[in-house]
Design a protein around this ligand. Structure first.
Ligand code: CMP
Length: 138
């Protein structure tokens, strides 16, 4: 069944100028892009997006990092999109990511890990709504 997930190309992805390559890998893996934006996250918006991590020791650094440069949120659609996208990007820590995954190929560290992917269909709905109105999606 068709499912949607939210991806964010993070500031390190754009700094490294590999956003085109990463988007091509996403398309080649069978995802349809239903929405795509280029924006700079405000501190408030980044804090809200990562609210589930607010008690974590890395929360402050994560927010600072995600507001350090432009990002590209994408609404992606495919059968089994949430799980398949997490498989495509690899483990959160690129040191543990499998060969051929996007994080293994491009990421430097657990924080500078190139791309975000929703961890459940329920969170995907909330995360998509953080960046897109229904009328923004094709
Ligand atoms: P992401 O998939 O965007 O979801 C939460 C982010 O927090 C995660 O990717 C990492 O970039 C970051 N993160 C998770 N664990 C740690 C950690 N131990 N130290 C620093 N950053 C982390």
């Amino acid at each position: 069944m068709k499912e949607r997930t939210l991806a964010i190309l993070k500031p390190d992805c754009l700094e490294k100028r590999v956003q085109g390559k990463v988007i091509q890998q996403i398309i080649d893996a069978g995802f349809d892009i239903k929405g795509m934006r280029l924006l700079s996250l405000s501190e408030d918006s980044a804090k809200k997006f990562y609210e589930v991590h607010k008690e974590r020791p890395f929360y402050g650094e994560l927010v600072a990092y995600m507001t350090s440069g432009p990002v590209v949120p994408l609404c992606l659609e495919k059968d089994n999109a949430v799980a398949d996208f997490r498989k495509l990007i690899g483990a959160t820590n690129p040191a543990n990511a499998e060969e051929g995954t996007i994080r293994k190929m491009y990421a430097d560290s657990i924080e500078r890990n190139i791309v975000h992917g929703s961890d459940s269909a329920e969170n995907a709905k909330k995360e998509i709504a953080h960046f897109f109105n229904d009328s923004d999606l094709v």
